[in-house]
Design a protein around this ligand. Structure first.
Ligand code: AMP
Ligand code: MG
Length: 397
């Protein structure tokens, strides 16, 4: 059995990053992954400017009284400051040559003769935003492989960049195997269950920014599975399936992938989770998730999501350091050989945050995933007693 970390590294090493890029205007680039670094060709701010509404002066002139020699609103280019005078200045306006400080207007008094005195001593540099204080020309503002956030788009705009080069979306084709599967909205005949996996997996992929081709339910037939795999390989970067990867007689995905491409099937020391299949069909990567909804959900979160993100071009870790909370539950009979991922919720007990676990941690109980705020990862054999500090792994994007 592979450890979870080994399986994750194995997948990451085999991730084929999308080759094509496209240029997008900033307002269309949110959530996309940057394919080329963005370098600053200007300083930000471009020149020294005032952080306050007030008066610009030479600090050597002290607290006045001093006459006002010019008015500098934001957006204009000032004259050099006449010696022994102050300039009326507004937030964001350029500092005139010869001035080295700004006094905020709340600390200024205008005399009857129009001269200005200040109520506080004036320190050199005060209330001045320096040119290049945010970004220096030549600096790498955004690194390739970053998923673009709203602040990133603002930052690109601040250096005057109107378009960004991003990877085209990862194309993922999915299908769901099982003669027992029925789509919601259809009557459930005896022996059938609803296709729940489709309705968490497709939105997860969409949330990652993938272009999803949903091929729906495929019956438990080797020939049909092979045909669908061929179709999927022609249009996708990655093919994903749910179910049919065990070694039962009705599990045809394994044989179909072997026939159409190549397959690595592993046992991973993860619970919930059954064998995860990985391989290639044509040029496309292949990932076969276990059919049990919770096994599929957890395996997706822990192993497959990082793989897809890498394929999509993501280089930075999206995982922030998980926060730790005391356990409000006991876990007395851990699995001796596999890491366990418990579905947990953050609750407040007597003003203290603590983690509760969903009572039924069974691999078919999808309620546990909907109820949970995240996962707690336990080492093989790790028991939990109330009060143990546990890291909460988010299952949000
Ligand atoms: P399999 O891996 O095909 O043997 O499936 C394992 C279990 O997961 C079986 O109980 C299946 O009925 C169930 N299952 C497989 N696919 C789905 C699906 N798309 N939605 C809900 N349950 C599923
Ligand atoms: Mg099946």
């Amino acid at each position: 059995m592979l450890t979870v970390d080994q399986a994750r590294d194995w997948l990451l090493q085999r991730a084929q990053v999308v080759r094509t890029t496209e240029s997008l205007p900033l307002l269309q680039a949110l959530g996309r992954i940057l394919a080329e670094p963005v370098l600053a060709t200007v300083d930000v701010p471009p020149q020294d400017n005032s952080a306050m509404d007030g008066y610009a002066l030479s600090s050597a002139d002290g607290i006045g009284p001093l006459p006002v020699s010019q008015r500098i609103p934001a957006g204009c280019q000032p004259q050099p400051l006449q010696a022994g005078t102050v300039a009326r200045i507004f937030t964001g306006a350029p500092i005139p040559a010869g001035a080295d400080a700004v006094v905020m207007q709340e600390q200024a008094e205008v005399q009857d003769d129009g001269q200005v005195t200040f109520t506080q001593p004036v320190k050199p540099g005060q209330n001045i935003r320096r040119a290049g204080e945010d970004i220096c020309q030549g600096a790498t503002v955004l690194a390739a492989g970053k998923m673009l956030t709203t602040a990133d788009l603002g930052l690109a705009a601040s250096i005057g960049v109107p378009v960004l080069t991003v990877y085209r979306p990862l194309r993922v084709a999915v299908f769901f195997t099982g003669d027992e599967l029925t789509e919601p909205g259809q009557p459930l005949v005896p022996g059938h269950i609803y296709n729940s996996n489709r309705y968490w997996l497709v939105p997860e992929l969409m949330r990652l920014g993938c272009e999803v081709t949903d091929l729906g339910i495929v019956p438990d037939s080797l020939s049909r599975t092979r045909e669908i795999l061929q179709d999927a390989a022609a249009l996708a970067d990655v093919i994903m399936t749910c179910g049919g990867v065990s070694v039962g007689e009705e599990d045809h995905v394994k044989a179909a992938v072997e026939a159409e491409g190549s397959l690595d099937l592993w046992k991973i020391a993860i619970k919930p989770g059954k064998p995860l299949a990985s391989g290639k069909v044509g040029q496309a990567g292949f990932i076969g998730l276990p059919g049990n909804p919770v096994s599929g959900f957890v395996t997706y979160q822990v192993l497959v999501k990082p793989y897809l993100q890498r394929c999509a071009g993501l280089l930075t870790e999206t995982d922030t350091a998980p926060a730790r909370y005391p356990a409000g539950f006991a876990w007395e009979r851990p699995d001796a050989r596999r890491e366990e991922f418990l579905r947990v919720k953050l609750v407040q007990q007597d003003g203290q945050w603590q983690l509760q676990r969903y009572p039924n941690q069974g691999s078919g109980v999808l309620t546990s995933c909907a109820w949970a705020d995240g996962l707690v990862r336990l080492a093989p054999g790790q028991q939990v007693v109330p009060g143990d500090m546990l890291a909460l792994l988010s299952i949000a994007v």
